[in-house]
Design a protein around this ligand. Structure first.
Ligand code: CTP
Length: 402
């Protein structure tokens, strides 16, 4: 596999404890990662942990014959397609700005010809010091990219700017710098989660969708360089980095939000489990038992919600429209009928009765159903992997349309 190669250079700050998370995040994106540490960094994070996560020994010494024998420092600098200095301490930024090369990390930073991303992390006063700001300005002028620092409580006890950017933010930025972003220039609208239709002031009709599939698609599309708008029903999930999220509750709100964003979208992926029905009347007050006769139940009249996907299918023009089909039986026949009825370019069908697939699971087993009727069955995969396979198909459809 042609993996892209990232060198994570670690300098000695307390935020180094987040580096294993950064490395895992980069590995999850399918990147090949190596680590180089300053002597001070090894006091905050163990080279053995990084070796375990990357699968190769972490380098720590410039003048160690064993280490140099595995990959010498110039080969390491050449190997990297991107170097991330994280955390970037005030001291390491100063050394970089002055072109010092007296340890492994500073030497590699001077020798590399690839893009360099720095993630400053330090005490707020050190960060605001004119020396640090001047060093960073000089580095920026030379093309070094920086992410953060963020504001908050600092390990030193001060409040303010100085926290290292979160690992997931760094991963997103690394992917952006690395490219090639296969979905650059595309605006992708993704809906996710279930909807919630009010019955009265406290009750609602909803479904078991967790939103995980749609959120995974949004994250993967952003990692591939698309502008992503995520329209989410109630879901207790964090917003993926680089994604614009619009929260909605009901199917009607989802329809309005989708319609408002549709004009700007080149691809629409409706992963949401939209409620097909809503109570004809929602009581603004709580329905109390004492307001009913003894033992009496209530009758809920349900009316149909609009079919958002079918509406989009009719107005799609040159856009790619992808739907989902959650089925408990007759999977392929039903998915084919939905594809036709809703004017989709592709339907992602899943059998919700299968174990480890469907609602609120980490994995999914789906079948892509195409307009000609062909079906492509995928094995059980993580939802992120399903998202990657889906977006590969979307990329092909986009390039076929020119
Ligand atoms: N969908 C939609 N608006 C609705 C219902 C569904 O946009 N009111 C979309 C879903 O987001 C999904 C696709 O249509 O992409 C299929 O959803 P599904 O629930 O499987 O199909 P339904 O059309 O609701 O048919 P049924 O529930 O009768 O199987």
């Amino acid at each position: 596999m042609n993996e892209r190669r990232v060198l994570v250079a670690v300098s000695g700050g307390i935020a180094a404890y987040k580096i294993p998370e950064l490395v895992r995040g980069l590995r999850r994106e399918g990147l090949s990662v190596r680590c180089a540490l300053t002597p001070a960094a090894t006091r905050f994070v163990s080279p053995l942990v990084l070796q375990t996560l990357t699968g190769v020994p972490a380098r720590t010494e410039l003048f160690d014959t064993d280490e140099e024998g595995q990959i010498d420092h110039i080969a390491l600098a050449d190997w990297a397609e991107l170097v991330i200095l994280a955390p970037a301490t005030a001291h390491s930024l100063a050394r970089m700005a002055h072109g010092l090369a007296d340890d492994l990390v500073s030497t590699v930073l001077l020798a590399t010809r690839s893009p360099v991303l720095v993630a400053p992390a330090m005490n707020v006063n050190m960060w605001q010091h004119p020396a640090t700001q001047a060093n960073l300005a000089l580095l920026t002028e030379r093309g070094v990219r920086s992410v953060g620092p963020e504001s908050g409580a600092l390990a030193c006890g001060w409040e303010g700017e100085g926290r290292m950017a979160e690992p997931e933010t760094l991963v997103a930025e690394a992917l952006r710098v690395l490219g090639p972003p296969s979905l650059a220039g595309e605006t992708i609208l993704v809906s996710a989660g279930g909807t919630r239709e009010p019955v009265d002031a406290v009750r609602a009709l909803t479904n078991r969708s967790s939103g995980k599939m749609g959120f995974a698609i949004a994250a993967e599309a952003a990692a591939r360089g698309a502008d992503v708008v995520l329209i989410a029903g109630p879901a207790a999930l964090p917003t993926p980095a680089g994604v614009r999220r619009i929260d909605v509750e009901t199917a009607l709100e989802m329809r309005d939000a989708v319609q408002a964003e549709f004009a700007n979208a080149s691809v629409v992926i409706m992963a949401a489990a939209v409620s097909d029905f809503r109570p004809a009347r929602a009581s603004a007050r709580k329905i109390r038992k004492e307001d009913l006769g003894d033992g009496e139940g209530i009758h809920l009249e349900l009316v149909r919600n609009p079919d958002i996907l079918a509406e989009l299918g009719r107005e799609k023009g040159n856009r790619i429209v992808v739907g989902f089909a959650a089925e408990s039986h007759d999977l392929l026949e039903s998915a084919r009928r939905k594809l036709e009825r809703k004017g989709c370019d592709l339907i992602v069908a899943n059998d919700i009765t299968r174990e480890s697939a469907g609602f609120d699971t980490e994995t999914n087993a789906v079948t892509f159903v195409w307009p000609a009727g062909d079906a492509e069955e995928l094995p059980l995969l993580s939802k992120r992997e399903v998202a990657a396979r889906l977006l590969e198909r979307v990329e092909k459809l986009r390039s076929a349309r020119g």
